[in-house]
Design a protein around this ligand. Structure first.
Ligand SMILES: [Fe+2]
Length: 413
């Protein structure tokens, strides 16, 4: 008997997953029947929403026994009041439940019904048939039945709480995902708004977002960090929204006054982005410092290497790379060799060398067919990526920067 109680107590801990729960309830029924020598029985779980009890474990009650039993309000109220005391079927005819299921209970030889009431809540019921010995249930049996039923009730209660918790967690996850999507959409819409101001650089912000994302992932950043980096790229030029359209689109070299107006855009962008709650905190800093250079010759503050936030260095490279590889009012886009040479030459001056390496590595991995996502192909065009000698060019550039060591996947001969 004590063993049976111990086993029931252990069962409570094993209900964490749904399948375990089913097994636990079945085991509980067998323990209860076995420990008192009861011929047959069953356990039902009650759903308040459906006003119905569903059998979740059954033994020897016969095929005719209903698997779902309806309960009216009066039944539920009485059961709740009764608590886990065993109810003698033969003496409980007043309740609608016993009138409705009179025949079924009789055919199945059910003698006792024990409502499972935990903390005043009706959770189900245990149905018990006759004892194998043919004796009537005595008060000692009833005490045991009551105690064991409480264990079963607690197991059901835990399972229901857990299911509710899982449902809420799932709901929260969905809400979070939706919010993330909304945020992403908003960011993209902003990027499109920024780009629409500049007729020569259509899609620039979006591309910078994507290059930033690629460089961050080449650096081995986590998914969240990569996503944050992409946002920083998308929004880096948001300050341009306040710069006059004619300055941005000037088809001539702008004068000093216009230039200082244009050069305000990093600080203005920072001011715009700062009050917004970003899931990634560096977004405003990326806007503010994306025109700084390692050698201190950038703007607005002329910061040196270590003073520049890392994300701003990435965006700066992505920004420059896009400027070199797209057509501008006076300039056609530059061929790969020139772009790679320029970036290599400026590694350590304008750009952080390891970032240039990361960018080259990304292109190289795609050109060599190691990365099949075709991200650069979509951004630069197929022709550009199929330039003759692209792979050796990249390898030699990587060699010159000293970034070759970090490539382990591609063998460089
Ligand atoms: Fe900019």
């Amino acid at each position: 008997m004590i063993h049976a109680f111990g086993a029931l107590a252990d069962a409570g801990a094993e209900i964490a997953d749904k399948n375990n729960f089913q097994d636990t309830i079945k085991t509980s029924l067998h323990l209860l029947l076995g420990s008192l020598g009861i011929m047959r029985g069953g356990i039902a779980r009650y759903s308040r929403y459906e006003s119905e009890m569903t059998m979740i474990a059954i033994r020897g009650l016969g095929e005719e026994f209903p698997l779902a039993l309806g309960l009216c309000y009066e039944d539920e109220r009485q059961f709740r009041q009764n608590g886990t005391y065993p109810i003698e079927v033969s003496q409980a005819k007043v309740l609608p439940f016993f009138q409705v299921y009179d025949r079924s209970l009789e055919n199945a030889k059910v003698e006792l019904v024990v409502p499972l009431v935990i903390r005043g809540e009706m959770l189900g019921a245990v149905f018990l048939g006759e004892k194998a010995s043919g004796e009537a249930y005595n008060s000692y049996d009833r005490e045991i039945i009551r105690a064991m039923s409480r264990h079963i009730g607690v197991a059901i209660s835990h399972r229901m709480l857990l299911a509710e918790l899982e449902r809420k967690a799932e709901e929260n996850r969905k809400l979070y995902d939706e919010m993330r999507l909304t945020y992403k959409d908003t960011v993209r819409a902003f990027a499109a708004a920024i780009d629409s101001k500049d007729k020569y650089t259509e899609g620039h912000s979006v591309r910078v977002g994507k290059y930033t994302e690629i460089i961050a992932s080449e650096l081995g950043w986590s998914d969240d960090e990569v996503e944050g980096a992409a946002v920083a790229g998308y929004l880096h030029d948001v300050g341009k929204l306040t710069v006059e359209r004619k300055i941005i689109n000037a088809p001539y070299r702008i004068n000093a006054k216009e230039s200082s107006e244009l050069n305000r855009h990093p600080s203005v962008g920072y001011e715009i982005l700062l009050p917004i709650h970003h899931p990634y905190s560096d977004v405003p800093l990326a806007a503010k410092y994306h025109h700084e250079r390692l050698d201190g010759r950038g703007y607005p503050e002329g910061l040196y290497d270590r003073e520049i936030p890392y994300i701003a260095k990435i965006v700066n490279l992505a920004d420059s790379f896009d400027a070199m590889t797209t057509d501008r009012p006076y300039k056609r886009r530059r061929p790969p060799k020139e772009v790679f040479d320029d970036l290599t030459r400026n590694a350590g001056k304008q750009f952080a060398p390891e970032l240039v390496s990361a960018l080259f590595r990304g292109i190289l991995r795609e050109a060599a067919g190691e990365n099949t996502e075709k991200r650069f192909r979509r951004l630069l065009g197929r022709e550009y990526m199929e330039t003759e000698g692209l792979i050796p060019m990249l390898k030699s550039s990587l060699n010159n920067i000293g970034g070759v060591q970090s490539i382990s996947v591609i063998s460089l001969d």
